[in-house]
Design a binder for this molecule. Sequence first.
Ligand code: PMP
Length: 428
Amino acid sequence: MSTNAALFERAQRVIPGGVNSPVRAFRAVGGTPRFIQRAEGAYVYDAEGRRYIDYIGSWGPMILGHGHPAVLEAVHKAADEGLSFGAPTEREIELAEEILKLVPSMGQVRLVSSGTEAAMSAIRLARGVTGRPKLIKFEGCYHGHADALLVKAGSGLATFGNPTSAGVPPEVVQHTLVLEYNNVEQLEQAFALHGAELACVIVEPIAGNMNFVRASVPFMTRLRELCTRHGALLVLDEVMTGFRVGLHGAQGLYAQLIPGFRPDISVFGKVIGGGMPLAAFGGPREVMQHLAPTGPVYQAGTLSGNPVATACGLATLKEIQRPGFFEALAQRTRTLVDGLAQVAREAGVPLVADSEGGMFGFFFLEQLPQNYQQVMASDKERFNRFFHGMLERGVYLAPALYEAGFVSAAHGAADIDATLAAAREALR
Ligand code: PMP
C-alpha cells in the first residue's frame, strides 16, 4: 500500500504539481492531498484505506452519490456497445430531449465534453449571433479556462480586463469587461458606455466559484432588462447550478422570482454528465441555428455526445426526476448548513451558511457576502484550520474557502450528524 505522501511525491515527478487540475493540490490549505482509490455512496476512500464523507462529489457531478446502481448499469451496457463512434446516435437525441424538457428556455442544445468548452462555445455563439465583440463577466465567477474568460477587473469601467494567467496576451482579453457581482449601478454604467458593442453578459446565477453567493433579485432583474434593451445576450452559466439547485436549475428559481425571466443561452456541465465528461450549451432554436453545420459559428468535438457519457448523463437525469428527490436533497443540505451555523454559535465562532438544493457554502464571516471582495475578507487561517480539522475527522470538504460544497442523495441523516459532531470538535 502506498501512502498519500508517497503518491504525491511520485505524482509530482511526472505531473505538474502532481495534479491534473490545480485545486486538487491543496495549495490553498497546505498539507498532502488525499489520493482517492475508490468511492461508494457518500464516501470516498483514500490510498491508505481511510474513509471520508465526501462533500466535493467530484466538484458537483455526483448528485446521486458514488456508484449509483442504475447509473453503473447504464454505463456498463453502453461501454459494451462501444466506447466512441464519432457519428450520431439515438442516445444523444434522447439526452437532448430530456434536457430540453427540463429547461424550457432552450429549444436546441449542443453536447460537448467540459464546462470550459461549453462556456467558450456559448461566448463564440453570442458574438456570432450579435456580430459584436465585447462581453461582461463578474469578478469571482469562473466559466472555465478559455483565454477570453481568464480576466480580472481593469482599472475602471472604461478599461477592459487584465489576464489572470500567463500565456494570455492582453489583446485576447481586450473585449472582456469585468464588473463587481451584485453591483447594479456598475452594470448600468457599463451598459451606458458599451451597450452597443456588447455581445453578451455571462454570469453564474448562484456563484459557486466564490463559495456560494446568490445573484440578488434586483441585480438579475436589471441584468435581464439591460441585455434585452441593448440587444446583448444573457448567458447563464449553470455548469454548477444546473440540475443541482433544483430540477430546472437556477433559472427555474429565478423565473419564480422574476416574472418572465429566461436566459438567452444556458451552459451546463457536471450533473448533466453524472461523473463522465459531458457538458452542453443551448438556447432558442433561432440562436442555435447559427452553429455549424447550419450556421457560420464553428464548433466541434471528437468525443462530443460520447455514447458512454450520454448514457451516464441520461441515467442520472432520470433519477433526479423521481418525485421528492430535490425536496429531500434540499432538506438534508439545509440540515447540514443550519447545523454548522448552530455548532459555530455554540463555539462562539462567527459563521454564516447558505444552501439551495444540494449546493451549499459557509463563511467565517458575520453576514453572507454579496461579492468577491467580501468573500475574500473571510478568515482564511480559520478556514484552513477547520478544513484540516474536518479532514482528520473523516470529512472531506473543498480544500479552498472560495469553493462551494455539494451534498448527494446518498448522504444520510447519520452522515450529517457525524459531520456536525466533527465540526463541533474541530471548531473547539
Ligand atoms: N463554469 C462553472 C460555473 C464552473 O463551476 C466550472 C468548473 N468548476 C466551469 C464552468 C468549467 O467546467 P470544466 O471544469 O468542466 O471545464
